[in-house]
Every structure is written in C-alpha cells, then in structure tokens.
Design a protein around this ligand. Structure first.
Ligand code: SF4
Length: 844
C-alpha cells in the first residue's frame, strides 16, 4: 500500500505537528496484519488525543494477533483544503496510509457538534457517506461512544454502532470480521452477522416510519433483532500488561496521564445522561490504580496524573488512595488532579493531599442556584455543603474556584437565576477578609439540554432567545470585581439540543450543511448557526421542533436502543422531580430499582471492602528528594547538545520543551526543580527556532542534584525516549557561558535554483550600507536593519549558505525573513525551502 507523501503539504499548514504522529508509545503497526483498523476521532488532534476511550481500543486492538490499529483525527480547515487541492487522500498517523485502504474505520462519537467532521473524514478518504451506497471494496464504518445511545441523526452514515462499553465487544467484532475476511463474506453477510453480537446496532435493520411529520414507529427488519441493548462490562479487567499511554508531541487539552478509577455514577442527577448510560458503578481497586499510576508515569514522563470518573470524590477508597498516590509521586513532582469533584466529597484531608505538589484547578458544579431547583434535579447538595467546600478550598490556599451552573432547567424561574449570582457572591465571601481582594470566582454557564435516556428526556429545551436573556441577566447581575462569567455559546447548545433528540431525517441536514461548508462546529470560531438554519430551510426541517416537550406516549427516535435502565424508573424520576423528592445513591442507600443490575453478572462494584496490598512506594525511588524551602541545594550543571531533524522542524518551541522535559524524566535524570507553588524542572534551552527549521546544533542546560556518572550512557538513555528525529549528540558537564554576539550558520535547500533577479537582489543587498525592513510586533510598527545582521548569503546548485549575526540583547532576524525580504522569494518558494541550522564545519 502506498504511503501518502506530505513534504509538500506540511510546511504550508498551521500546527503541522498534529499530522506527524510519532507520539511516544505509539504503535508501529504490522504491515502484514490481516485486519486493519483506523480509529478516528472526529475533531482536531488536540481534542482527540485527550480521549481515553480511543486509546483503550487502540491498545486492545494492537495486542491482538493479525490485527493492527492506527489513528486519524479530523484535519483543520487549512489541511483539508490542501489535501483537496493537491489530491492527497486523508491518511493514518502511524503508517501514513490512505484511510480507504483500511478494513475498518472506527469513529468515536463523543458529542453532537462533531457530526459534520465525520463527513469531512469520509469525503477526504473517498468513501461514500451512506452505508447503503458503499461497496465491498470500502472499509466498514463503525461508531461508538457517548452519542451512540441516540445516534439516529448519523445512523445512515454508519454500518454498525456499538452501544455501551467497548472493551469486550470489540474483541467479538474483531473475531467476526477476521473470520468474515478469511471466508470472503459479502458486506451484507457481515452486517447481518454483526447483529448477533450483543450491543451492536446495525441501523440498516431498523426503519423509522413517519406520519404527518411525526415519528410513529421504528420498524425492526429482522424479527430476532427487535431492539439493541447496551453492552455492560461487569468489572474492569485485571491490570496485567496495561499498554502505556500515548504521549503527544503537540499540546493537547488534557496533557496528563488519565486513569479511569471508576465507571458509572448512581447519584441520580435527573439531567445527566452519563449517570444513566454508564450505570452501574464499577470501581477499580486501589491496587490496580497504583499499578496503573506507577506504570503510566514511568512510561510517559507526564507530570500530572488525573483520576477520572464521573464523580471522583465518590470513589469509595479515595481517603486511602490519595495519600498513597501523593506519598509515591510528590517526590517526583507529579501532581494529582481530580477533574470532576462533587460538593460534599471534597474533605479537608483530600484538599490537603491535592495541594502537595501543585494546586491543580478547583472546580465544583452546584448546577442550580437555589436549593429548590437542586432538589428538582436531584443534585443532593445544599447551599451549606457548597459554601463549606468553598471555605475549605480558600483556606487551603486556592485563590481561584470555578463553578458550573446550568440555565433552562425544568421549572427554572428568574429567582433561580438571581440565586446563581447570590450563591457565587456568598462563596467568594468564604475567602474571608484576608483574601477577599484576591479571591476569584469563575462562573461557567451552559444551557440545559434534555438528553435521551434521562428522566428529563421528555422536557422542553429553552429557546435560543430565552438562553440569551438569561445569560444577559447574569451579565448584569454578577459583579465584575472578583468574578468572571463564562458561558457556553447558546447557539451551539441550540444545535446540540436538536441533534441530541434528533431522528434520522437529520442526516440530510448534516449533509446539506457540510456541503455548504460547515466544519468543526465545536469550535466557536467556525460555528455559524445561520449556515445550519439555511441548510434546515433547504431540507424543509424546523429545528425548533426538535427542542419541544415530548409526550410520554410519543415514539422517541431512540426507543429501539435500550440503555438497560427501565423506562418506568425514568417516568417515576420525572414525577419525583415535580415533588422535589430525593432519590438517594444506591451505593449507600440500597438499590433504587433502576433495572440495570441483575445482581448475577451485572451489579455495582465497590472497592470499599477490598484489602489494599499496594505498598507505599519508596519516596526516593528515583533518588529525587524535595528540598526544604530554605535548604541549600548543590547543583550539578550539564549542557546537552542535540539535533532536531526531519519532522522535528514541525514542532513549535513549547512543544519541543515539553518533549525534552518528558524524555529527561523518563530517562530518570535527577533534575532539580524550582521551588514555590508550581515547581518546574531547572532546564533552559537555546534560543527558539522558528517552525519549519531543522538544526544540528541545539542545546539545553540542566541542573542535576547529583553527578550523572557516565555521560555516554546518559546520552543513550535520553535517546531511547525521544523520537527518531531528535538525536542527543553529547552531554557535557558544566554550562558554557553564551557569548554576547554569535554567528549562526544555515544551509537552505531551495525548491529550484535562484533566478537572475533574485541573485541580483542578494548582490545589491551586500552593496548597501543598510537594509531597513518594517515589522509589526504586538500591533506596533518597528524598523529593523538587516544589513549588519547578515554576514554571508551565497547560492550554489540551489543551496543557499547563510550566516546570521545575533546579539543577546537586540532584535535579530531569521532565515525565512532573509529569504522573503532580501532574496525576494515568495509564497511556496520560501515555505518549501528546507532550512537547516548547521555546524560551521559543514559549510567549509
Ligand atoms: S439496579 Fe439498583 S443497584 Fe443497580 S444501578 Fe440501579 S439502582 Fe443501583
């Protein structure tokens, strides 16, 4: 299979490192594997790389014999345009193979606003959008993820969709597809066979029927396949050979090691879809979490470990786990964060532990302003609980707390909106007078979206105008000083609401909008509601209709998809919401009869009674010991010389820094850290190189707490944890003081020899006394004389040799500027020039 060539593409796009792969721990797929998967996240790389589910499946598939899995993320709009104009198909990151050469493309369906991105990927891969239009030669298109419990708006685009936990079902699907391939089964035969796997939804076998615009039934085309039930993994698999986490080269939204400590939440918030579709609660044992943490940090170099679950504070052994984690990792400057905490579970002890390395973000979600409305939604927290949590956070040193609230919840009145402001102000007062001036409260607001499979699935979503009015009200009421109001764009919530409870007719809308140029809707800079409204008009679809209240006798588009929670439970919960009646958590108050557990194979899994055998790992495991605040520290300085070649030119300076920090950590070098609230490694770098430039002569300086020993071994160790395109050449003891003035040498390979006019430009440059250019920096116009900064510029056989003089304290120039301003190269000629910073000897 032919690899896609990107040399003429990557220099032209924003953030090219998104497309080069080469992440630490990425798999090198076997080209001869019988069944090839490409797992696709339908949004940009920096979002997709933070997604846990995709990584779990990636490693599970790659562990199987005869199976390989690669990855692909939706390209940004500039990349999409270039791929189209250059007629290059979309490709996988690992092998750079065209997507249509895979047997299976597996999409994650994480949120509704990624739906057009699915079409971008299919189109760039040359695969027909609709399942019904695909031929035997096309890959099978699978889906799975949070949106799969109502995938109807995109159902026509998929051959099959997995409902529920993917870990076990993917093994069954893989076995079936391997067999189908070996037997040469037709596409139709394979789809039919997939219906035999529990939890696999094949949309082609269900036909929605409408009457006067209303969905009246969902006809099952196979009598033995009348509905599809969500797949539930009874418990987490035992941790034996857990695959190491992928470590990105690009900064992603969650740049950390994520460990799923529990799945499911039975608190019973009536608005929460995750609280239904991930039931019951299954906790991982403390021992397994400790093993995953140790292995994950050792094999990733991350300096943050996030405990993931729908409500981390509810993990039954958190009070045991947190000190164990901190006692193990604090000495290594690894912080532990809990992205989803719940008011009432953040005890003083837990807060004390969290702040031992770095104070990670402090976020709480009261959801509603009044106790009354919190009772309607079964939030189960009171104003007093909430204020106590804030008091604890402020008194433990946090100056910034974030709150999440929703607007548009059922029965909400103006009083509830006003109470959001009052509650936030009261919370800030908990900081006390000492900190009153510095305490900051960020209030985030989003519009409530009634989600399928929740007790509120029949409720109406407030209109766009109502959303805007309520946000405006908050803007007026919330004081500026000490508060920041943020809100999720109500126009995006409007569309999310349409798709959340949408039906199959919306596939036309998605396709029409995509054809009109709609892309990357989850990014506010790309999102335009008007484009969707125009598309809806063309398709004769009334968007607002999808936000209406639904009757309990209505056929809902997801009625044939069974979450496992009984409908009668949802109806009863809806009724209880009108009485503000509380449904307690079944973990502590006994089964509330939601219907999901049979108590034979499926039941809540708690670690509370598990014996914990993990030992607290030696604090000085790596030899690092955190010095006291006033302790005198002896430093052992080293300079590390390295080259960054090939694809390394696509890394930005900050990305390179992160990569080196992680490699140094992975190699186990005893690096000293700065002191204070946010300790960082004592490593400093040579001046930043512009993106697009390679170099043979980079360096960084690091301070170690003890001598390195054999520097040759150190070099080899470091190289083990770096991608091929970064090469450590030498580690020498002691820093070299950098001179005030330096000459840097570049070799520039041009796409074509220079023309006479360009050679003339160079000649006249050296005849001038000064060559003034204008620059706009931070909106200010500045002049710079390039003449004294360029010592040599000469061409031979389409290779330019350039010498640039730089002064430590003065503005300098760079090769790209020289090409454009002095030589007169423009556009692609300048962009496609291969620039390399070289040693002087190379030039002689
Ligand atoms: S069936 Fe009972 S124990 Fe199981 S999740 Fe539902 S309420 Fe909890």
């Amino acid at each position: 299979m032919k690899q896609v060539q990107l040399d003429h593409i990557l220099p032209r796009v924003r953030k090219p490192a998104r497309y080069i792969g080469a992440e630490f721990n990425a798999v090198h797929p076997d080209p001869d594997s019988l069944l090839k998967f490409c797992l696709v996240f339908p949004d940009l790389y920096e979002i997709g790389m933070s997604h846990q589910g995709l990584q779990i499946l990636y490693h599970l598939l790659n562990e199987k014999q005869n199976v390989s899995a690669e990855r692909c993320y939706t390209p940004d709009t500039d990349m999409e345009e270039l791929l189209r104009t250059k007629k290059v198909p979309l490709f996988s990151l690992e092998s750079r193979l065209p997507l249509d050469s895979f047997d299976v493309i597996g999409f994650t369906l994480p949120y509704e606003l990624c739906y057009t991105n699915i079409l971008t990927v299919l189109d760039l891969a040359g695969i027909p959008f609709r399942s019904a239009e695909r031929l035997a030669s096309h890959p099978l298109i699978l889906g799975g993820g949070s949106c799969s419990m109502n995938p109807e708006p995109v159902a026509d685009f998929f051959d099959a969709i997995v409902l529920g936990d993917g870990e076990e079902v993917i093994a069954e699907i893989t076995a079936l597809l391997l067999q189908a391939k070996q037997q040469g089964n037709s596409r139709a035969e394979t789809l039919e066979a997939l219906t035999g796997i529990s939890g696999v939804y094949v949309p082609a076998f269900f036909t929605p029927e409408y009457h006067e615009g209303q969905l009246v039934s969902i006809k099952a085309e196979k009598s033995d396949y009348p509905k599809v039930t969500r797949r539930i993994m009874a418990k987490f698999p035992e941790v034996k050979s857990q695959a190491p986490p992928l470590v990105p080269l690009v900064k992603t939204v969650h740049d950390r090691l994520g460990i799923e400590i529990a799945r499911g939440c039975t608190r019973g918030c009536r608005f929460c879809q995750a609280g239904v579709i991930y039931r019951p609660v299954r906790e991982r044992s403390v021992d397994d979490i400790m093993k995953l943490a140790r292995k994950g940090i050792d094999r990733s170099g991350f300096d943050e470990l996030a405990l993931l679950s729908l409500s981390t504070g509810d993990y039954s052994c958190l009070a045991t786990l947190m000190p164990m984690l901190m006692n193990t990792f604090a000495a290594e400057y690894v912080s532990v964060s809990m992205p989803s905490m719940r008011v009432g579970t953040l005890t003083e002890d837990i807060i004390e532990q969290i702040k031992r390395v770095r104070k990670t973000g402090f976020t709480v979600a009261p959801e509603a302003g009044t106790d009354r409305l919190r009772e309607v939604i079964n939030k189960g927290i009171s104003r007093d609980d909430f204020l106590e949590t804030c008091r604890n956070a402020f008194s433990n040193g946090w100056n910034l707390i974030k709150f999440y609230f929703m607007i548009g919840l059922p029965t909400e009145t103006d009083e509830d909106i006003e109470a959001i402001v009052e509650l936030s102000q009261s919370a800030r007062l908990e900081a006390g007078t000492g900190k009153g001036g510095r305490a900051q409260v960020n209030v985030s607001i989003s519009t409530f979206i009634p989600k399928p499979h929740t007790p509120f699935q029949w409720e109406a979503q407030i209109s766009l105008e109502q959303s805007r009015d309520r946000i405006n009200m908050l803007k007026k009421l919330l004081p500026r000083r000490g508060f920041k109001l943020k809100w999720h764009d109500p126009e995006q919530s409007f569309l999310e609401g349409v798709f959340s409870r949408g039906d199959r007719r919306l596939a036309n809308l998605i396709e029409t909008a995509w054809k009109a140029g709609v892309r990357l809707d989850s990014w506010s800079e790309h999102y335009h509601l008007e484009s969707w409204q125009e598309a809806a008009e063309k398709c004769d679809i009334e968007l607002q209709w999808y936000l209406r209240q639904r009757g309990q006798d209505e056929v809902l588009p997801w009625d044939h998809l069974d979450s496992g929670v009984e409908r009668s439970f949802l109806v009863e919960e809806l009724r209880k919401s009108t009485e503000q009646a509380y449904t307690p958590d079944c973990r502590v108050h006994g089964c509330q009869k939601c219907g999901i557990c049979d108590f034979k194979t499926v039941a809540p899994v708690s670690t509370e009674k598990d014996a914990v055998t993990s030992k607290i790992i030696d604090l000085a495991r790596r030899g690092n010991k955190r010095p006291g605040q006033n302790e005198q520290v002896v430093k052992f300085p080293y300079r590390v010389h390295y080259a960054r070649l090939g694809d390394a030119r696509f890394l930005g300076h900050l990305e390179l820094l992160q990569l080196i920090f992680r490699a140094v950590r992975l190699a186990g070098f005893p690096v000293l850290f700065s002191r204070g609230f946010n300790p960082s490694p004592c490593i400093s770098f040579s001046p930043a190189l512009p993106v697009g430039v390679e170099s043979e002569v980079e360096y960084f300086d690091m301070d170690l707490e003890r001598p390195l020993g054999n520097s040759e071994t150190g070099k080899q160790e470091l190289n083990k944890f770096l991608p091929d395109f970064i090469r450590i050449d030498q580690i020498s003891a002691a820093k070299t003081k950098n001179p005030q003035t330096m000459v840097t040498f570049y070799e520039i390979r041009l796409p074509a020899p220079l023309q006479d006019e360009q050679l003339e430009n160079i000649k006249s440059f050296f005849e001038m006394d000064s060559f003034i250019i204008e620059r706009i920096r931070k909106r200010k116009r500045k002049e710079l004389d390039l003449r004294p900064l360029v010592r040599k510029l000469a061409e031979k056989d389409a290779v330019l040799f350039l010498e640039i003089i730089s002064h430590q304290s003065k503005a300098g120039t760079n090769p790209r500027e020289v090409l454009e301003q002095i030589v007169g190269l423009e556009g692609d000629d300048a962009l496609l020039a291969k620039i390399k910073k070289v040693k002087l000897e190379t030039l002689l």
